[in-house]
Write a protein that binds this ligand. Structure first.
Ligand code: ADP
Ligand code: MG
Ligand code: MG
Length: 251
């Protein structure tokens, strides 16, 4: 589903390579975790996948269902079924969360050649999914992410993800800033989306999220390269020993 081949990238005018040859293959149904110390390039990788401005690929390729994504605009990537939950979700003053969700969902349905949902159909769907994530109707009336707590932002990202039902979900530090109850709610939301035809990449600095979202494969990213790949037990080893064994390896 996702194939990253020898990906090299930098950001903006700074020519310093941040990703220095990343290789990653994710099949449908799989959940992969990417772990790594701060500054190793985890967020850069997620921005590159999303197609964010200023993030430039200098070598290699990213294939999504066999087709290169590099020339696709962010909205085309979304229409193709990619969803990225950001480490720092954007705030949109003046747009109620509910309105944002409806617009996003209908844009995606249109891209897939499906008709718009009626307001009652949309409301039914959003109410059901919001309730699962402990999101109140009151919160959905507020502007997207504006004044939301860290936990509310993350839950609103997962709500977007559950409504859009993407094929490939990338989550960047979805656990950061969450207390244990919020972490459980978010993880349950993510686990409900696990399915044989959907893949997930969970990016996290800490192992604790992986107690709740149990990955099939764990990778360690260090200085812009994947330096180790293993099963879920690798996350436990990292929790115990830290990243020290791996940080020197990508020199
Ligand atoms: P992580 O998410 O693993 O903590 P990042 O991808 O945020 O790491 O950052 C990786 C490296 O890229 C860091 O050295 C960081 O300083 C650098 N970097 C990130 N964003 C930019 C930017 N906009 N311009 C220049 N360097 C950046
Ligand atoms: Mg960071
Ligand atoms: Mg980051």
């Amino acid at each position: 589903m996702l194939e990253i081949k020898n990906l090299h990238a930098h950001v903006g005018d700074d020519e310093t390579e941040i990703l220095r040859g990343v290789n990653l293959t994710v099949k449908p149904g799989e959940v992969h975790a990417i772990m790594g110390p701060n500054g190793s390039g985890k967020s850069t990788l997620s921005y590159i996948l999303a197609g964010k401005d200023d993030y430039e690929v200098t070598e290699g390729d990213i294939l999504f269902n066999g087709e290169s994504m590099l020339e696709m605009e962010p909205d085309e990537r979304a229409a193709a079924g990619l969803f990225l939950a950001f480490q720092y979700p954007i705030e949109i003053p003046g747009v109620a969360t509910m309105t944002f969700l409806k617009t996003a969902l209908n844009a995606q349905r249109k891209a897939r050649g499906e008709g718009e949902l009626s307001t009652p159909e949309f409301m039914k769907k959003v109410k059901e999914k919001a309730a699962e994530l402990n999101i109140t109707m009151d919160m959905l009336k507020r502007p997207l992410n504006v004044g939301f707590s860290g936990g509310e932002k993350k839950r609103s990202e997962i709500l977007q993800m559950s409504l859009l039902e993407p094929k490939l979900c990338i989550m960047d530090e979805t656990d950061s800033g969450l207390d244990i109850d919020a972490l459980k709610i978010v993880a349950d939301g993510v686990n409900r989306l696990r399915s044989p035809d959907r893949a997930m990449v969970v990016i996290t600095h800490y192992q604790r999220l992986l107690d709740h979202i149990v990955p099939d494969v764990v990778h360690v990213l260090s200085r812009g390269r994947i330096v180790k790949t293993g099963g879920k037990e690798l996350a436990l080893e990292l929790e115990k020993n830290g990243y020290a064994d791996y940080v020197g390896q990508a020199a």
